[in-house]
Design a protein around this ligand. Structure first.
Ligand code: AMP
Ligand code: ZN
Length: 471
């Protein structure tokens, strides 16, 4: 089944056809983190969604070039730099590092390019200069540069492609300096913000005087530089639809670098929010968990990833610790089945089961229907367990199932074998317990078993020796 995706631009599910005439290469841009704090798992829902899009494209045989920017200058960062008194770069570096570490913990494929805004100031300035030249931007008395919505619309361009806007409320020339604003405020937005005393040392020279770029122009400049003026997919959380993505379209198409008939972006994809008690998980509401908070509670990256991938990306989804425990139990069912399959296959290699892969592709290619894809997986696991229990699966069958799982997991990304996930400390306790048993010190062996249990692991004695699994 061909890949179909919901395009916010057309407000419909469309077949994915890449711009590449050869139908092979795909350009993918996802708005990255603002590195002023640790990302919370609401943010991670969006980044895991972007990873899913990337993996599904690769599953379908496309060669993806994945770009994700790092917003390392904006209103929030400047405020925090001022409050903490730290050097700008040093301040953002710690959160950038944490972000990449978390990306790995969640088993997201690393984007091919992760440009920082502060390293593309020249490109940003060049794009602003082009908008000025084309009469779509103007300088304000303080040296800031604004995008003129009136001029843009006057050229026959449409402002309000991703959302419907009420232009009766537009007061010509009214300006917003802030990076984030409400729909009601359809107003000229800042491309370049003239330096103010509160910016401290965070500024760059420009033809319009010292200052710094606005948030929206950063993404237009970097995405077009690294993927070309027209590319296939642009992703982000739903809160970015307006104003961020609408403004990106206005700037990028206003600069007029696309060939005739081409858009800046062909498919816009937006992920719905992660909620807590039916409210958006966010820093400002204080109702958030960082990934680290959940790791500290003993959850593994793959369990969190699984939870974030249980609901369809266009549905809001309520986060609970209960849900995470259910994710753990679900993965255990897969792990146990894989463990038995490995024993049965005994190292034999097999070919993939095309019927299972087809059913899975049918679900995931249908606008990333993950819940249907998971039900294909779990029904298949149930059937394999039945065959194993009834001794109806030979080594070749088990090997084929393992090959199939490896392929499914190129999309799901949860399949770190359970053995690898066992912490060294737990393995050491297991080894000590085996030693104690060998020495017939059953009292000590039992105490070690209890200690493991207290840490959340139970021992299973199998014909191939003892191993641990999560409680
Ligand atoms: P930020 O670092 O604030 O720029 O946000 C990074 C990404 O997280 C953006 O794509 C946001 O749309 C997304 N995001 C923010 N809050 C949530 C949430 N509660 N659920 C899902 N995505 C979110
Ligand atoms: Zn962006």
């Amino acid at each position: 089944m061909a890949l179909r995706l919901f395009n916010t631009l057309s407000r419909s599910v469309q077949e994915f056809v890449p711009l590449d005439p050869a139908g092979r290469k795909v350009g993918l841009y996802c708005c990255g983190p603002t590195v002023y704090d640790f990302a919370h798992i609401g943010n991670w829902r969006t980044f895991v969604f972007a990873d899913l899009v990337r993996r599904v494209l690769e599953f379908n045989g496309y060669e993806v070039r994945h770009v994700m920017n790092i917003t390392d200058v904006d209103d929030k960062i400047i405020r925090r730099v001022r409050e903490t008194g730290r050097a700008h770069r040093e301040f953002t570096a710690q959160y950038e590092e944490a972000f990449f570490a978390d990306l790995k913990t969640l088993n997201c494929r690393a984007p091919h390019l992760t440009p920082r805004a502060t390293e593309h100031i020249e490109d940003i300035i060049a794009l602003i200069a082009r908008l000025l030249e084309r009469g779509l931007a103007y300088t304000a008395p303080d040296g800031s540069v604004y995008f003129s919505i009136e001029k843009y619309r006057g050229c026959g361009c449409r402002y309000g492609q991703l959302v419907n806007l009420n232009f009766d409320a537009l007061r010509v020339g009214e300006r917003v300096r802030s990076d984030e604003y409400e729909k009601e405020a359809v107003a000229d937005f800042a491309l370049w913000k003239a330096r103010v005393p509160e910016d401290g040392p965070v500024f760059w020279p420009s033809p319009w005087g010292p200052g710094r770029p606005g948030w929206h122009i950063e993404c237009s400049a970097m995405s077009m530089k690294l993927l070309g003026p027209s590319f296939d997919l642009h992703l982000g959380g739903e809160d970015l639809i307006f104003p961020h993505h609408e403004d990106e379209i206005a700037q990028s198409e206003g600069a007029g670098m696309q060939t005739a008939g081409q858009r800046f972006v062909k498919y816009w994809l937006h992920g719905a929010h992660l909620l807590v008690e039916n409210k958006k998980m966010s820093k400002s509401l204080g109702n958030f968990f960082t990934l680290r908070d959940l790791l500290d509670k003993g959850f593994a990256g793959r369990e969190i990833r699984h939870l974030l991938l249980t609901a369809h990306y266009r549905e809001t989804f309520n986060f609970t610790l209960e849900g995470l425990r259910a994710a753990r139990a679900a993965l255990q069912r897969i792990d146990e089945c894989l463990g038995k399959l490995r024993e049965r296959a005994g190292g034999l290699k097999g070919a993939e089961d095309s019927a299972v892969l087809e059913a899975f592709a049918g679900a995931i290619n249908d606008d990333l229907n993950v819940s249907r894809a998971w039900s294909v997986v779990f029904e298949w696991v149930r059937e394999l367990n039945r065959q194993l229990a009834e001794n109806r699966l030979d080594a070749a069958g088990a090997a084929a199932a393992l090959a199939t799982w490896d392929r499914l997991d190129t999309v799901l990304g949860v399949g770190a074998p359970a053995e690898i996930e066992v912490p060294a400390e737990i393995n050491a306790l297991l080894a000590a317990r085996q030693e104690a048993r060998k020495a017939r010190d059953f009292k000590r062996a039992d105490a070690l078993r209890d200690e493991l249990k207290a840490k959340g692991w139970i021992i299973e004695d199998t014909p191939k020796g003892a191993r641990v699994k999560r409680l």
